[in-house]
Design a protein around this ligand. Sequence first.
Ligand SMILES: *Cc1c(COP(=O)(O)O)cnc(C)c1O
Length: 408
Amino acid sequence: MKDRIKQSLESTVDLLSPLLEPGLEARHKAHLYRCRRTLEGPQQPETQINGRQVLAFCSNDYLGLANDPRVIETFCQAAKTYGVGSGASHLVNGHSTEHQQLEEALAAFTGRDRALLFSTGYMANLGTIQALVGKGDTVFQDRLNHASLLDGGLHSGAGFKRYRHNDNVHLNHLLEKASPESQRKLIVTDGVFSMDGDCAPLQALVDTSQRHHAWLMVDDAHGFGCLGEHGQGIGAGFTQNQVPILMGTLGKAVGTSGAFVAGSQALIETLIQFARPYIYTTAIPPAVAAATRTSLMLIQQEPERRIHLNQLIHSFRTGANQLGLTLMDSLTPIQPIMIGDDAEAMEWSQQLEQVGILVIAIRPPTVPKGSARLRITLSASHSLEQIEQLLSALAHIIKQRGLPKMTR
Ligand SMILES: *Cc1c(COP(=O)(O)O)cnc(C)c1O
């Protein structure tokens, strides 16, 4: 029986590979081929990848909470109480006490009426934009917005306008042009831009949105936990009326997994009724929700994590400037070094890897053509000595290869 199945499998023709392989080849040739590495331990600066010890500067675990013993302990305890899988979507019977309590904690922390958990940030963005706008409406997005926001806008069926990065004048211009015919207007921005590390000019965006009776949605994936006095993110200090749609992720500074949208009662109920990526997916494990609540508590109770992180950011920037490297306008843990050329960016990343330092080269289409970069991210779990180690490895590469052409 088995042999017969095998025989019939072998006699069939591979219809897929011949058509796919040219695309893969082309990507290789363009130096854009992406490869995964296998992490063989927890997410922390010194770890083992592909069988080698490395010092990593590429995680989004900005506060070092992904491997915190207290977060782990809550996770284990909750798994013993609730099991592992949530077993269903939120609207069937997968919404547990732990999810409910986390939503309440997130609403309180962000100063919003309510918060709604999503399984990932990608789904939160897709679902929220699609639930809020459609045909006859217009979405206005920063050119450098995260792919999930752009995808959400494109799939919503609404008119789609991209404004120049952080350019409020351009945004105003687009809003004026769109005014009469568009029913709903939604402005969407990253809070902290994921490949540049700079922040959106939130006050200006709030003013613009109010002037044009547009809604403002802020994706604070990289600011939540890191920015604001207590880690509430870039939205700290802005009310629900100013930033009515606030999105944050839990897989970055919070150190767990999932995402949330916070805002008014009507917003959250609308998402529950109409956001398809909320409705048609399994709820995150209750134990992840429980661990996230512990993590949120630590974010508030241990400001020293943010203080240390800011010291690391400062000393990295000072050192990199002294080396003559081009940094971005960033005060966040995202500290990219601009290289320009795709192959050169790969070369820098490989040379760092040879001395045991892991930094990922980011190339198009993730970033605009000609702006390949090393995306260095810092975490509160790095030490000052490790920053020195990174800087001296960079100095060594500069000695061999010279500064990247863009900076000369
Ligand atoms: C990472 C990220 C997301 C996606 O969040 P996930 O939970 O990883 O799916 C959305 N927006 C921005 C700006 C991000 O950086």
